[in-house]
Design a protein around this ligand. Structure first.
Ligand SMILES: NC(=O)c1ccc[n+]([C@@H]2O[C@H](COP(=O)([O-])OP(=O)(O)OC[C@H]3O[C@@H](n4cnc5c(N)ncnc54)[C@H](O)[C@@H]3O)[C@@H](O)[C@H]2O)c1
Length: 267
């Protein structure tokens, strides 16, 4: 793939203030895209955008709570105005609330449904409305949804999270079908990343220990690595590079796909 495979493209990355989203934003900018970071963390999001600009990228920040339909409409409109278009959406914002099934808490489940399912669904709604031929951006585009290896394997203490990520997986297929059949000119794919030691990943490792499923955090990590044929945890750049590929013309005939970025853990 060329170094500037996304030159001229305009991207919105949700949950881009930190972790995987910040790495995705950096990779898209490095590939030539202008990037809008959407997040509920305003200071961190602005700082991440400023860092990208310091490295020569075109980047900005918009406050976006992905659970809110009106904020989506405003964030997409702002992206089009600020960047001069909108043709790449990365639905990355997500939360994980660890729980054994015997301890499931309705509020925790609802919060995951809100961010992971409703947030992703609303993102695709507003992206399609903007990107389709009669839309406010009107140039077609791509959507990449960040699901999880949790949608492909049974891992203890993450039933609720796995359910929401399986929903992201299914919604990706239906969205790709609609976008293709209805001539929107938008490809839709999802990724299943393996465990990455971001804030979320480290919290999960601690929760696994707290739930009595590993003796300590190193043991929890070792168990995941032992389940992974390529023999390590995932890194944020593994996911970011896959996003760049799926967003690029090199992936022009790929839609409705779920790509594992998990070192083989979920095969
Ligand atoms: N870390 C992992 O091991 C792992 C593995 C597979 C998939 N994922 C998925 O990757 C994505 C990113 O995870 P991460 O590890 O970088 O997590 P993280 O907790 O480090 O970052 C998540 C980001 O999303 C933002 N966010 C949360 N709720 C939001 C909302 N309502 N609206 C807008 N932004 C919101 C947060 O402010 C934060 O910046 C998530 O969807 C997660 O489920 C993570």
């Amino acid at each position: 793939m060329s170094e500037q495979s996304l030159s001229g493209r305009k991207a919105l990355v949700t949950g881009g203030a930190q972790g995987i989203g910040a790495s995705i934003a950096a990779a898209l900018a490095a590939a030539g895209a202008a990037v809008m970071i959407g997040d509920i963390q305003e200071d961190a999001g602005r700082q991440t955008a400023a860092t990208l600009r310091e490295h020569g990228g075109k980047a900005d920040f918009v406050r976006l709570d992905v659970t809110d339909d009106a904020q989506w409409a405003a964030a997409v409109a702002h992206t089009i105005t600020a960047l001069g278009g909108f043709d790449l959406l990365i639905n990355n914002a997500g939360i994980e609330v660890t729980s054994l099934i015997v301890d499931l808490d309705a509020d925790g489940l609802r919060r995951m449904c809100d961010v992971n399912i409703i947030g992703t669904g609303l993102g695709m709604k507003h992206a399609f409305r903007a990107m389709r031929p009669d839309g406010s951006a009107g140039q077609g585009g791509t959507v990449v949804n960040i699901a999880s290896v949790a949608a492909t394997i049974a891992f203890p203490a993450i039933a609720g999270y796995s359910g929401t990520k399986s929903a992201v997986d299914r919604m990706t297929r239906v969205a790709a079908m609609e976008a293709g059949k209805l001539g929107y000119g938008v490809r839709v794919n999802c990724l299943y990343p393996g465990l990455i030691p971001t804030e979320m990943g480290l919290q999960l490792a601690n929760d696994i220990v707290a739930n009595g499923l590993a003796a300590d955090v190193p043991a929890a990590v070792d168990a995941v690595v032992a389940q992974t044929p390529l023999g390590r945890l995932a890194e944020v750049s593994d996911v970011a590079d896959a996003v760049v590929f799926l967003s690029s013309p090199q992936a022009r005939f790929i839609t409705g796909a779920g790509l594992a970025v998990d070192g083989g853990m979920g095969m």
